[in-house]
Design a protein around this ligand. Structure first.
Ligand code: GLA
Length: 651
């Protein structure tokens, strides 16, 4: 890796040292009542609301696509570099394929003007931003991008200071001036900055980073030396217990409100970048259009696995309007250089399958035709941009081979068979993985090679090292009269997932950090996510089973949960419900309730651990929002997992 990573390394090392002695913050036990827009903490978080609570503001019905300067240039950016990639995106046809947002990342700012707090642009690098009155404006730039049919994105930080200042201060184009002039982040200036960026300058997207509330504790040597003001820290990425979750959430919500105020046409994208910290999985889906799930991607295989794993088990936390963001594409660089197209294709295919925002991070002036072919594969893009908005669900999971299945709007499936390892692998794909009938033929179209093949029941595939085979699959559906919930995660939202004590997810690949090597004790698990709602698995990744009966389809969630399900034209909801056999506490009975538009439609008997599942068959014709509640004793800190086996909407 480059000198830049080394510089970054130094920043991170001092951050970690600082974080270890930072003052603790409150908030390790989630106040679930406040997570469901309840009027008071005493309100019952499991009470039906009749309301789909996924964020409805902004404009991201599909995962946003575009280009961002960071992976290509870090903060060494200027107008020429940006516009060159923008032009190529249009001329190459990538724009017509959906890549629209041209996003400026860190490095655009000069300072915050002392007299009135107005943000000033580094006009030496962005000459079109020079104005006669000295105010500076990005309007000419955004006008040009808009005239090209593109959208424009800008970058800021939720704290007073930027990621560059905190972690990569040796990179070019850091803010200049006094302590106050170098405070370029949104903190204390939310309304002023958002009005400037959106109303005056005409941007369409903002990425809001969080380094300013993470890396400047009072003990930081730079703070002590008077270079920066201390803030928090509110986030400790290595400790949920030392993170002030409500405070972080409130800051990001303040930005949401300003965005809505200054964008009456709703044409904005709010991109949260707090790397999966602060239990953001639980709340970013109520206020942002995309939300990072991990720390930065690097162009190494291990890091790509790390970022992929941070989203792979959470398809229920991504919906039209609010997407999981495993970070930008690094296709074209490092291990994803197209000289080794296998890895580059895997990265692209997997990002498409998990509905990641497809944001190119490459200096397109240098792009080869082979790279443009990968980024521009229309069939793969179509999977990512499929209007149903279902993130792929893991149909088979191991540390070697994974099978991701995504249900498409037309009922077809997309399937990616992924070899995570450096050795060849064999994979058996079954009709059950696809939830297609095992006695009827299944047609596969290879989305890289274009070939067709047909099989019935099951088919073995040989995978080269690091290879992802990706197909569109059509056949007869296993469930002929409807859809399993696991075939429609876009319509299923665990508004309250029963997680009372957010825990770090141990299933994320802990790759070597390129800038740290094997110094220290290794990467620890850190992002909250363990115990969340899952499809076709328990919250802890076990097979679903109730009293010994196994379900390969269903919803696995903790008790004391409330799941919203959008109903578009189905007439029955069915499920077999019970406490999952993986339960450990096994003390409290659980009652399962089904609501339709806020009214109770059905209720199970109190289920006890080890008891056979009870069948629910509920009429839902005309109901718009179904709510699935699993209720156990209130206040239980570690509720048992429950299973909604074979949960499905039927015609
Ligand atoms: C953070 C973000 C990156 C990038 C840099 C800019 O690390 O996670 O995506 O924006 O800051 O400094």
């Amino acid at each position: 890796m480059s000198v830049r990573s080394t510089a970054r390394a130094l920043g991170w090392t001092s951050f970690i040292a600082a974080a270890l002695i930072a003052a603790p913050a409150s908030g390790q036990v989630r106040d679930s009542a406040s997570d469901v827009a309840a009027p008071s903490p005493a309100a019952d978080p499991l009470a039906p609301t009749g309301r789909w609570s996924v964020y409805g503001g902004g404009h991201a019905p599909l995962p946003p696509m575009g280009w961002n300067s960071w992976n290509a240039f870090t903060s060494d950016i200027d107008e020429e570099k940006l516009m060159a990639s923008a032009r190529i995106i249009v001329e190459s046809g990538l724009a017509a394929k959906g890549y629209r947002y041209i996003n400026i990342d860190d490095g655009w700012w000069l300072q915050r003007r002392a007299s009135d707090g107005r943000m000033l642009i580094r006009t030496d690098n962005f000459p079109s931003a020079v104005t006669a009155d000295g105010n500076g404006s990005f309007r000419p730039l955004t006008d040009r991008l808009h005239a090209m049919g593109l959208k424009a994105g800008i970058y800021s930080d939720i704290g007073r200071n930027s990621c560059g200042q905190v972690f990569t201060s040796t990179f070019p184009n850091q803010p200049e001036g006094s302590v106050a002039e170098r405070e370029v982040g949104l903190y204390g200036h939310v309304d002023q900055d958002i009005a400037l960026y959106f109303k005056e300058w005409g941007f369409d997207l903002i990425k809001v980073d969080a380094c300013g509330i993470r890396g400047l504790p009072p003990s930081d040597p730079r703070v002590k030396a008077g270079q920066y003001r201390a803030l928090g820290p509110l986030i400790d990425v290595e400790s949920l217990g030392r993170t002030n979750i409500p405070a972080v959430k409130a800051l990001y919500d303040e930005v949401r409100q300003a965005l809505e105020r200054h964008n009456p046409d709703n044409d904005f994208v709010y991109s949260l970048c707090l790397w999966g910290s602060a239990d953001s999985r639980a709340w970013s889906k109520t206020m942002g259009n995309m939300s990072r799930t991990s720390e930065d991607i690097f162009p190494t295989w291990g890091r790509m696995l790390h970022n992929l794993d941070s989203v792979a088990h959470r398809p229920l936390y991504a919906h039209p309007g609010s997407w999981n963001d495993p970070d930008m594409l690094f296709v074209g660089t490092g291990e994803f250089d197209v000289a080794d197209p296998v890895k580059a294709r895997s990265h692209m295919a997997l990002w498409a399958m998990v509905n990641a925002p497809l944001i190119i991070g490459y200096d397109l002036r240098k792009a080869s035709p082979a790279l443009m072919d990968i980024l521009g594969n229309a069939q793969i893009i179509a999977l990512n941009q499929d209007s149903a908005g279902n993130q792929a669900v893991l149909a088979f999971d191991s540390q070697e081979v994974q099978i991701f299945v995504k249900t498409l709007d037309d009922g077809d499936k997309a399937v990616a068979i992924f070899n995570r390892t450096a050795a060849p692998a064999k994979a058996l794909l079954t009709a059950d993985h696809l939830k297609l009938a095992s006695e009827s033929p299944i047609d596969l179209t290879d989305l890289w090679q274009g070939g067709q093949r047909r099989f019935t029941g099951e088919q073995t595939f040989e995978l080269a090292p690091y290879e992802t085979l990706i197909f569109r699959a059509g056949g007869s559906r296993r469930l002929t009269e409807g859809l399993y919930l696991s075939e429609q995660p876009a319509r299923v939202n665990p508004a309250v997932d029963g997680v009372m004590v957010p825990e770090a997810d141990p299933q994320v690949h802990r790759g070597l950090l390129p800038w740290r090597g094997t110094k220290g004790g290794g990467e620890r698990t850190q992002y909250g996510g363990w115990g969340g709602a899952r499809l076709d698995q328990t919250p802890f990744g076990q097979a679903l089973s109730v009293a010994g009966k196994h379900y390969d389809s269903g919803l696995g969630i903790l008790a004391n949960s409330r799941v919203e399900v959008r109903n578009e034209g189905f007439r029955r909801f069915v499920a077999e419900v019970g406490i999952d056999d993986s339960a450990r506490a096994r003390q409290h009975p659980v009652t399962f309730l089904v609501y339709g538009d806020g009214k109770l439609l059905a209720q199970s008997r109190a289920a006890r651990p080890g008891e056979a599942a009870q069948s629910l068959d509920v009429a839902i014709e005309g109901v718009r929002l179904i709510e699935l509640v699993a209720r156990t004793e209130r206040g239980v800190l570690f509720p048992d997992p429950v299973t909604w086996g074979n949960a499905a909407l039927l015609r």
